[in-house]
Design a protein around this ligand. Sequence first.
Ligand code: CTP
Ligand SMILES: C[C@](O)(CO)[C@H](O)COP(=O)(O)O
Length: 245
Amino acid sequence: MSEQTRTGRTAVVIPAAGRGVRLGPGAPKALRALNGTPMLIHAVRAMAASRAVSLVVVVAPPDGAGEVKNLLDDHALPERTDYLVVPGGDTRQESVRLGLEALPETVTTVLVHDAARPLVPVDTVDAVIEAVRDGAVAVVPALPLADTVKQVEPRGKGEPEPVVATPERARLRAVQTPQGFDRDVLVRAHETVTDDVTDDASMVEQLGAPVVVVPGHEEAFKVTRPLDLVLAEAVLARRRANDGF
Ligand SMILES: Nc1ccn([C@@H]2O[C@H](COP(=O)(O)OP(=O)(O)OP(=O)(O)O)[C@@H](O)[C@H]2O)c(=O)n1
Ligand SMILES: C[C@](O)(CO)[C@H](O)COP(=O)(O)O
């Protein structure tokens, strides 16, 4: 790692431009409320809770950048952190790229964090940043799996799918965000890789650069389906009870 990576600014890009189709009808997922506060605001606060983060770039639904700017203005956020809002694209990958294009030159470490993971604890954020500052070019938080995983031969809807393999579970990890990167490496990955991928680290893998895993956290789960909203509100209720509110 260069001296510049050690000393430059750390920014977070939050892709928040998805519709949330799997969550069912309603507003774009990032704007839906968890205990009365938009999921995006929870996610921004989770990132800004890290003292190392000095800039958060929110990638808004393409027709919702104004609404997102107003939301950020209306909610209390730490003074030490700057915010930018840019309109997103048709895919997560495109939205992240648009967020990267908005970063100032002074940023050397970039985290990419799903708005759909609103409850990640600050210790996980800090562990990812520290690993990048210690020299890793790409860092992902991840957890061991509870389920056994089968690789199948996909078939039509409702048709039984033949099992092809059972990967050894102990070597598998379920990957979360924020994922942390050396800025130049992540930008190069987004300029080079055109395949459809489901996370940023796999683009860096395709460059041939090393990616490492640090421990993730149960509360960093992704709000994807309706049951996840119930779980997220339960986590917030437990936090409030533990904080004595
Ligand atoms: N065109 C897109 C698609 C997704 N995302 C963001 O990427 C993150 C992870 O995506 P996912 O959970 O799949 O969100 P959605 O695409 O909104 O969900 P769905 O696939 O159910 O529509 C979310 O914060 C989402 O807002 C984005 O910024 N731009
Ligand atoms: C980036 C990610 O959250 C890592 O697990 C995940 O791949 C996003 O997937 P999605 O289908 O776009 O929600």
